[in-house]
Design a protein around this ligand. Structure first.
Ligand SMILES: [Zn+2]
Length: 250
């Protein structure tokens, strides 16, 4: 409903704040990034499927490798647990747990080793007080709230703009969308750094052989690209709302 309302904004090519972007151009950008995102997701799935079926020479499970990486970093207060679902792997700083999906926890594959160590990379970041992770964690409650409310605030703002001519409420809504964009940008160094830590340790500890490292690098590289696409998508939708409000105001 809201999308229809927002798309009914005028497309007459008037210039937008900072960017000279029109709503139709911003919408086009969102579509293009969406398509790129589908390609990246498909590639990630195929790379993961491939390396989930390539066994490790050391025969260790994802969980065993995670335990070893934590120990090697002198982290003894973080538990490695198994969670249900597919691609549900995550590190929880509140409960100090590295949560691995069934496929990763007990799998003895290159993909499982890469994912397990990536999540441990977050545990190492947490233990060492890595600043972007702290910033990201502090943004979580703000983003949870603003992401839920932003579209409704903008909808209210558009109604108020047509009544009073003031775009203040609209811009508050845009500010809330900007928080989501900021969050997805801050997520990038956190994710890339966790993968770097994972690969460095896998190599230096000789947990993976050189030929196995290539598969781990490729798997984490495509996983990182999904975060890059998500950040670009968040920026594009922010630009769309800025253009939309500018065009409606003019
Ligand atoms: Zn991660």
């Amino acid at each position: 409903m809201i999308t229809t309302l927002l798309q009914s904004g005028n497309y007459d090519g008037q210039s937008a704040l900072l960017t000279n972007l029109t709503t139709s151009e911003a919408f086009f950008l969102i579509i293009i990034i969406g398509l790129v995102g589908m390609v990246v997701q498909a590639r990630l799935r195929s790379v993961f499927n491939k390396y989930s079926n390539v066994g490790l020479s050391n025969s260790m499970t994802g969980a065993e490798i995670a335990e070893k990486m934590l120990r090697d970093h002198n982290i003894h207060n973080v538990r490695v647990t198994q969670v249900n679902g597919v691609l549900t792997d995550h590190y929880n700083p509140a409960t100090l747990t590295v949560n691995l999906s069934e496929a990763v926890y007990s799998s003895r594959s290159i993909a499982a080793a890469a994912v397990a160590c990536h999540e441990c990379g977050h545990a190492v970041q947490h233990a060492q007080g890595y600043a972007p992770l702290q910033l990201r964690s502090s943004l979580v409650p703000v983003v949870n709230f603003s992401a839920r409310m932003a579209q409704w605030v903008i909808l209210l703002g558009i109604i108020m703009m047509s009544v009073s001519g003031s775009a203040v409420v609209c811009w508050i809504g845009v500010g809330m969308i900007a928080m989501s964009a900021l969050f997805s940008i801050v997520t990038l160094p956190v994710e890339y750094n966790a993968s770097d830590r994972a690969l460095e340790w896998l190599e230096s500890s000789r947990t993976l052989r050189a030929d196995e490292m290539d598969g781990a690098k490729l798997s984490l590289c495509w996983a990182a690209r999904t975060y890059l696409v998500a950040a670009l998508s968040a920026i594009a939708s922010l630009l769309y709302y800025i253009a939309l409000i500018n065009n409606r105001r003019d």
